[in-house]
Write a protein that binds this ligand. Structure first.
Ligand code: MTE
Length: 305
């Protein structure tokens, strides 16, 4: 199941990553022409402090934006970069529902306006056994959720991706029960490491990376980091996520990176950093144990995998 980077990328990377939906981010964008970097519009941001940026070298952009999981555009790693141009990220809005005092439908501009952007350099560990280091641009999810004034009934937050098979051709096949749904416990959602990302490598998110707005939870397997979010719902009950529906024995709600709890079909003890040859040891909570272990004190992580 773990997949390898192949030379296919060498030519695939030359394909341009079509940028749409950047107007919604114009308020955050720097003046002047589109960035010279990777073809997307540059964002204005400041670097995040210490614990929010690993000093490990970032994975080259060609892999970050060329080797993806985004089943809405196909189940192989190269289809998202080839096909995600059909996603229209503008206009975009997010509906907020459930246990909160300020439900409603918010435009992307409404969502983003009050939040200064930061660069966070995080490890991303995919459940399939590969990992990357990604310089995200985003802001703490907690700061956004507080604006909706969640009530005491809000024990969890559920996130939903856009459902539109016209724009997301992979949704014509029932590989998952669409739309893609993920969720976090409220304390996980409010943790300072948890962010909503709008960019990477200093530019607006390529569509294949979950434009215009995606979750990033660095101590959990990558599948928790849901892309292209259109709905946020506060719930009292634990959300039923797409991967739990598809295969509850394999994909738990917590999905914390844990080298001591294997996937039923493969070991999770090691991982391949994309771009490197030798495998490396997977770290507990993906190396973020100091910051997050307390969230799970007293829980049996074999049972709550
Ligand atoms: N979100 C949606 N909507 N659909 C997906 O298929 N794949 C997940 C996650 N978010 C996925 C998704 C998985 S398995 C991983 S590893 C990460 O996105 C990959 O993020 P990246 O392509 O930006 O590296």
């Amino acid at each position: 199941m773990p997949s390898e980077i192949t030379p296919r990328e060498v030519w695939r990377e030359r394909r341009r990553f079509v940028q749409t939906g950047v107007a919604a981010l114009a308020a955050a964008a720097l003046p002047g022409p589109a960035g010279a970097g990777h073809g997307g519009r540059r964002l204005a941001f400041r670097p995040a402090p210490g614990p929010f940026r690993t000093d490990e070298p970032p994975t080259p952009f060609k892999h970050v934006a060329g080797y993806n999981n985004f089943y809405e555009f196909g189940t192989d790693k190269y289809s998202p970069a080839e096909r995600a141009a059909s996603l229209r990220t503008e206009p975009w809005s997010v509906t907020v529902e459930g246990a909160c005092e300020k439900p409603g439908t918010y435009t992307l501009e409404d969502i983003l306006r009050p939040h200064p952007l930061e660069e966070r350099i995080y490890r991303l560990r995919c459940v399939e056994g590969w990992s990357m280091v990604i310089p995200w641009v985003g802001f703490p999810l907690a700061d956004l959720l507080r604006r909706f004034a969640p009530t005491s009934q809000a024990k969890y937050v559920e996130f939903t991706t856009l459902y539109d098979p016209e724009q997301m051709p992979g949704q014509r096949r029932r590989v998952l029960d669409w739309p893609y749904v993920e969720g976090l416990r409220m304390d996980e959602a409010m943790h300072p490491l948890t962010i909503l990302a709008v960019g990477l490598y200093g530019e607006v998110l390529p569509n294949q990376n979950g434009a215009p707005l995606r979750l990033v939870v660095p101590w959990k397997y990558g599948f928790k980091s849901i892309k292209s979010i259109v709905r946020i719902r506060f719930t009292e009950r634990q959300p039923l996520t797409s991967w739990m529906k598809a295969s509850p024995r394999e994909y738990g709600f917590y999905a914390n990176v844990n080298p001591t709890v294997d996937h039923p079909r493969w070991s999770q003890a090691r991982e391949r950093r994309i771009g490197e040859f030798f495998k490396r040891k997977t770290l507990m909570f993906n190396g973020y144990a100091e910051q997050v272990a307390h969230l799970y004190r007293g829980m049996n992580l074999r049972q709550h995998f």
